[in-house]
Design a protein around this ligand. Sequence first.
Ligand code: CMC
Length: 432
Amino acid sequence: MTQNGIATLNLGDGKEAIELPVISGSMGPDVVDIRKLHAKSGVFTYDPGFLSTASNKSSITFIDGDKGILLYRGYPIEQLARQCNFTDVCYLLMYGELPNESEKNDFNKLVTSHTMLHEQLVKFFSGFRRDAHPMAVMVGVVGALSAFYHDALDISDVTHRELSAVRLIAKMPTIAAMAYKYNIGQPFIYPRANLSYAENFLHMMFSLPTEDYKADPRIVRALDRILILHADHEQNASTSTVRLAGSSGANPFACIAAGIACLWGPAHGGANEACLHMLEEIGDVSRINEYIKRAKDPDENYRLMGFGHRVYKNLDPRSTLMRETCHEVLNVLGLENDRLFKLALELERIALEDDYFISKKLYPNVDFYSGIVQRALGIPTSMFTAIFAMARTIGWVAQWNEMISDPEHKIGRPRQLYTGTVQRDVPAGYHQ
Ligand code: CMC
């Protein structure tokens, strides 16, 4: 971080101009440091939705939305998706470097040793209705982890933070799979230490006490890729939620539960589920134009799910990789003629040639394809966002840990532009 000039802000009315430092990071746009603006001038900046605001500094993930670049700790997502597995990426996001062979083994062993849940916590599930959405269960059960693992909740202690982070990464697949098993009325399947992260999740989802599920390695690889592609995405809504919750000193389990709640929304992680519902609703290629028309109509509050992104104004690099995986998976499973996949491809083609989508730079995002892949893997739609949460947990804990370790971090406390009634008095005699 280096200072790279001065920006001058003229507030008019004969007021003295304010000088603000311009700071450069290692890549990406410079920022104007407005931290002292209010103290110097009495004004705030106004930026709902953080369109022009860097809320923190970070060395974890870099996105260039115009060029379609995504880097984790400097490594392009394409290389990580093709050459690494999810736990390598977890290690990278957490510690800053890819693990060597022995670090890899130690880390895998560590994560594997924490995959089980406290048996009392397993009982939590039966308090939910069977038809509860898995994300509702995830918010509740992950939040409840802090009641079980309070031996490592001192957030000022690096080893406590690390242990809580590993517990979260390790237990998330167990919680997600248990939410699914509870929903369909099957017994819980406990994690296995001899399986990889992705394989273990498939085992807990699809094995039965009577029969083990043996996943095709290509299917395991597809799930692993989904996890890698969703592992982190800099200061998105749920990560910012985790940081904001953590800025008050809240424990990591509570912060991640807040992140899961935020991720659930259809404009964020809920988009993969919403996209599948949309494809089902369209139902047939002949109805695509009707839906495109609705999405373009300013009087209709309707959007094509799986299209557009706040940051990517070019192809989302994750969607290119997911599209590739989508073809592979459908091929492996003999589902090339799958109705929804064909419909999705046609929708993609029409939207990419449409002036509205071109001019607004609305490209298919990762969720457009990840839903189709997960459906092909036999994962029910209601689990899509839970799997996103499972993948994003590493990003959340890495960003939370980075924030707590930053000596400059402060409790997040945005200001506002008040538009309510000016001060007035309660009428005399009211409530007598
Ligand atoms: N379909 C139709 N029009 C759209 C869409 C869409 N999917 N997305 C944006 N627009 C239009 C929008 O109506 C607006 O038009 P106008 O300029 O005439 O008002 C313009 O494009 C800009 O949209 P915006 O809402 O200002 O853009 P944003 O950056 O605030 O929103 C978004 C980004 C992802 C929330 C939005 O594109 C969207 O709702 N997409 C559908 C949901 C979705 O797929 N979300 C997953 C995002 S990727 C996964 C993740 O990172 O969580």
